[in-house]
Design a protein around this ligand. Structure first.
Ligand SMILES: Nc1nc2c(ncn2[C@@H]2O[C@H](COP(=O)(O)OP(=O)(O)OP(=O)(O)O)[C@@H](O)[C@H]2O)c(=O)[nH]1
Ligand SMILES: [Mg+2]
Length: 295
């Protein structure tokens, strides 16, 4: 049996973003990962830890990804903390030592899924009690995974929310004397199987995409990066993925508008998400990996 070594880094992540941006679906897709170990995948397995929260998430994953059901919004009372381990196969670009010694490398992930409602409160009522607790919690994470619907057009709203988030976290980091340079922020555009983000994803042009669609948000994060000396990177993600050739979105759109796209999976048997692992690997290690962007 192949032995496993722990990858250096930390996987304590907070998943945040506007309402219905796909945060819970992303987490559900991760725990639903098929452990089929295809030869061409750098992933050996994803194993959810056996906790009540993770089991609940697995139930949701079955509803969304096998039974084509729509997911209800996350409520403040049901914030999910979930734990899982991701084992990567011996691979030179991911970990040269593991590749030479033929060992899998393991990432242990703890992620918290917050309701999008909190993102709105950042703009409207930053002193809200629930929001303050959430901000306290964010300061102790390795970093943030900010998920924005790649088909939505809410640049100013997201920029304002992130600006408020930066100011609130700055107060906490200064007060508790935490080093801001170690913090990592992944800006992730979800639902990237939809036409416009898919085009940019396929041409590997995420900078151009953010400049075109989320210019102010990008600028706010650039300022954040400069002020804190922290790292910021952008990613595309699709929890439903595409099917066929040329690739078609594997989902049935229920509604579409400025706030984004509501959809359910169309053909569960062809489920092939993309971009799930790359942001996690980057948040964990601080290193990008082109191979992981496509799985
Ligand atoms: N097209 C498409 N739709 C998606 C994808 N992921 C999620 N959705 C849809 O987006 C909507 C919202 O998904 P959720 O995962 O509940 O979003 P959320 O960010 O957790 O929302 P809140 O809990 O309200 O903050 C649902 O209709 C999902 O089916 C995706 O990869 N592609
Ligand atoms: Mg949710």
């Amino acid at each position: 049996m192949t032995q496993t070594i722990q990858l250096r880094g930390s996987g304590d992540i907070r998943v945040i973003g506007p309402r219905a941006s796909g945060k819970t679906t992303f987490m559900a897709a991760l725990v639903h990962w098929p452990n089929s170990d295809p030869d061409n995948s750098p992933i050996q397995s994803i194993t959810p830890t056996d906790t009540a929260d993770t089991q609940r998430l697995q139930g949701m994953a079955t509803d969304i990804l096998e039974n084509c059901q729509a997911l209800p919004p996350t409520r403040l009372e049901e914030i999910i903390l979930y734990n899982l381990t991701i084992d990567l196969k011996p691979n030179f670009t991911l970990n040269p030592i593991a590749a030479v010694t033929r060992k899998n490398v393991r990432m242990s992930i703890a992620a918290t899924d917050y309701p999008g409602e909190l993102f709105k409160l950042l703009c409207e009522n930053p002193k809200d009690h629930d929001l303050q607790l959430y901000l306290d919690d964010c300061q102790y994470a390795t970093g943030l995974m900010i998920i924005i619907d790649g088909t939505s057009r809410n640049d100013q709203f997201c920029s304002d929310a992130l600006n408020a988030l930066k100011d609130e976290l700055t107060l906490r980091f200064e007060h508790n004397d935490i080093d801001t340079r170690r913090y990592r922020i992944a800006l992730v555009f979800s639902k990237a199987e939809q036409t416009i983000p898919l085009n940019y994803y396929r041409q590997n042009k995420i900078q151009e995409f953010t400049k075109l669609i989320y210019r102010e948000t990008r600028r706010t994060l650039d300022i954040w990066k400069r002020e804190w000396g922290c790292s910021v990177t952008c990613f595309f993600l699709s929890a439903f993925g595409t099917m066929g050739n040329p690739p078609q979105p594997n989902c049935e759109v229920i509604s579409r508008g400025k706030d984004g796209t509501f959809a359910v999976i169309k053909r569960p048997e062809f489920w092939q998400p993309f971009g799930l692992i790359a942001p996690i690997y980057w948040l964990y290690t601080g290193q990008g990996n082109i191979q992981l962007r496509n799985i």
